[in-house]
Design a protein around this ligand. Sequence first.
Ligand code: NAI
Length: 250
Amino acid sequence: MGNEFGQKVAMITGGASGIGEAVSFKIAKEGASVLVVDLNEEGAKRVADQISSNGGRALAFSADVTDPEQVRACVEAAVSEFGALHLGFNNAGISGPLGPLTEIDLAEYRKLMEINLDSVFYCMYYQIPAMIAAGGGSIVNTSSILGLVGDPGAVPYVAAKHGVSGLTKAAALSYADQGVRINSVHPGYIDTPLLKNLSEEWYAGLVAKHPIGRLGKADEVAELVTFLLSDRASFITGSQHAVDGGYTTQ
Ligand code: NAI
């Protein structure tokens, strides 16, 4: 175990699976105390238990990030259990409805916006005051390659993830002089449970969109997120960081 995040407390949403799980393990290994937040209580507990059995500090917290009161409770739990909040990885998300805009189910559209966009606002709303009280902090919001470029088959997801970029930029400007850095990460397609149920043909089509010739791994995203959360990224705020095997440079 290293100690890069010794004395730091982190709140990670979507921590029970995929990218959030990888970041939880990585920063806990570097000494952070981690509040593993997820709708999936069992998954969050599995991750927190594994961190604890490896000698780290973590607590599972079951919450729906689309409910501001539950998000407030997460921040309060991090502060009451671990003493403060310094790091936020706002990452919970779903893939959402696909197809042409006019064929999207409106209830599914709203649900996608609530989970993938509104939750990021709520998280920052409650995290930032706690971080200022702690003397500063770092937030990373999970956007996507589809927060940088369009895709005609995923209009709601593209809209939500571009929204995350905008929220990140504006919030970063608001708090740059108060010691809170805020950035977004933009993964290409990453082999996580989010992509389960894809046909072999669809999967091959996704691979072909990445010049590197494969999908990414959750650990490869976690490397970037960990760097942005750390003091090594002390002059980086308000910016968009792709980790996409070359997808958006084409
Ligand atoms: P995942 O499905 O493995 O993990 C997402 C987690 O979020 C799950 O544990 C789920 O229970 C949790 N979650 C969903 N709704 C929630 C809610 N309302 N409240 C609390 N927790 C909730 O997915 P993955 O791939 O790790 O995705 C993480 C983020 O990365 C998402 O925001 C996704 O949009 C984004 N992303 C994923 C890509 C991929 O190809 N896998 C590509 C680009 C971005």
